[in-house]
Design a protein around this ligand. Structure first.
Ligand SMILES: [Fe+2]
Ligand SMILES: [Fe+2]
Length: 312
């Protein structure tokens, strides 16, 4: 029987060669706990993230926009399911994870605690929020835990559709009336800073980043990803004809990157604590949906029990 030291050496060796750890492999407890927390938080974000845009499905301005938005919101539900399944391979149950979301013990992305006030927000969320999610998630396709990385590959393909539909919606509005252009600008003004917050606090106040990177769970630091997002987004904003609400945003030729201002980090911490504009509403809606869906879960379990006689 291999001892603890052999297990650890094998794990370290897999990580060092950038290979995948699979569910049946030995892994350090802290690695498992970190993954459960990160994947669950990610799954919760997909599910809660259905709400801000779902709010506009019944008021979409055309059948085409409604079909696009429905498809997008359904994709997010699917992302949640892939991710809950990936978390379950680590030995936790989806029921327990959902209970931790509903009780507030586990978090979801702070961005979904902001309201959607106009249809332009559907476009801005696709462009900026799904755009930031793509920057965060593309490196996760190479994360060291196999089921998580494979879930991310599927998710990223759909996220790029989300980003494009948002950009296309905004482009259409920018070609419209002055009122439509104002709606887009007002929406971008509200979502710009919260989008930058999606990458998490600055590296110096993100104590777990270093360990997650050593384990190959994270491949880039928060600040690196934020920089990448800004550099990617500025030319897109120019093409759209919107301005980004940051007076210190400027090209730095020496660095070959943009300089930009920092979001209000106190605001991020307040939203994470539960004091964002929509935290209470989002969780209350999720709890109600969970209760309303109880009969579906009961029926599905009863059906599964009938299908497999002898399996209890
Ligand atoms: Fe998603
Ligand atoms: Fe998305």
């Amino acid at each position: 029987m291999p001892g603890q030291a052999d297990h650890q050496a094998h794990f370290d060796e897999v990580i060092a060669r950038h290979d995948r750890i699979e569910p049946r492999d030995w892994m350090p407890d802290a690695y498992r706990r970190t993954l459960v927390r990160q994947i669950a938080q990610h799954a919760h974000s997909e599910i809660i993230g259905m709400q801000p845009e779902g709010n506009w499905i019944s008021r979409a301005p055309s059948l085409r926009r409604k079909a696009i938005l429905l498809a997008k919101v359904q994709d997010e539900a699917g992302h949640g399911l892939y991710l809950y399944s990936a978390a379950e391979t680590l030995g936790v149950s989806r029921d327990d994870l959902v209970a931790m979301l509903l009780s507030g013990k586990q978090k979801y992305s702070s961005i979904f605690n902001y309201p959607t006030l106009s249809y332009a927000d559907v476009g801005t969320i696709g462009w900026l929020v799904d755009g930031a999610a793509i920057c965060n998630q593309v490196p996760l396709c190479r994360t060291s835990y196999g089921p998580y990385g494979r879930a991310m590959i599927r998710i990223c393909k759909e996220e790029s559709f989300h980003q494009r539909q948002g950009y296309e919606l905004l482009m259409t509005m920018m070609r419209g009336t002055p009122e439509q252009r104002d709606m887009v600008q007002e929406s971008v003004n509200r979502f710009w800073w919260p989008s930058l917050m999606m990458f998490g606090p600055p590296d110096e106040s993100s104590p777990n980043t270093e360990r997650s990177m050593a384990w190959g769970i994270k491949r880039n630091s928060n600040d690196d990803l934020r920089q990448k997002f800004v550099d990617m987004t500025v030319p897109q904003a120019q093409a759209l004809g919107v301005s980004l609400p940051d007076p210190s945003l400027t090209w730095n030729a020496d660095r070959g990157q943009h300089d930009f201002g920092q979001p209000d980090w106190d605001e991020l911490f307040a939203v994470i604590r539960g004091d964002g504009p929509c935290n209470t509403q989002r969780l209350a809606h999720r709890r109600r949906a969970h209760e309303d869906g109880a009969w579906v879960r009961e029926a599905a379990s009863a059906f599964a029990a009938q299908e497999e006689p002898g399996h209890g």
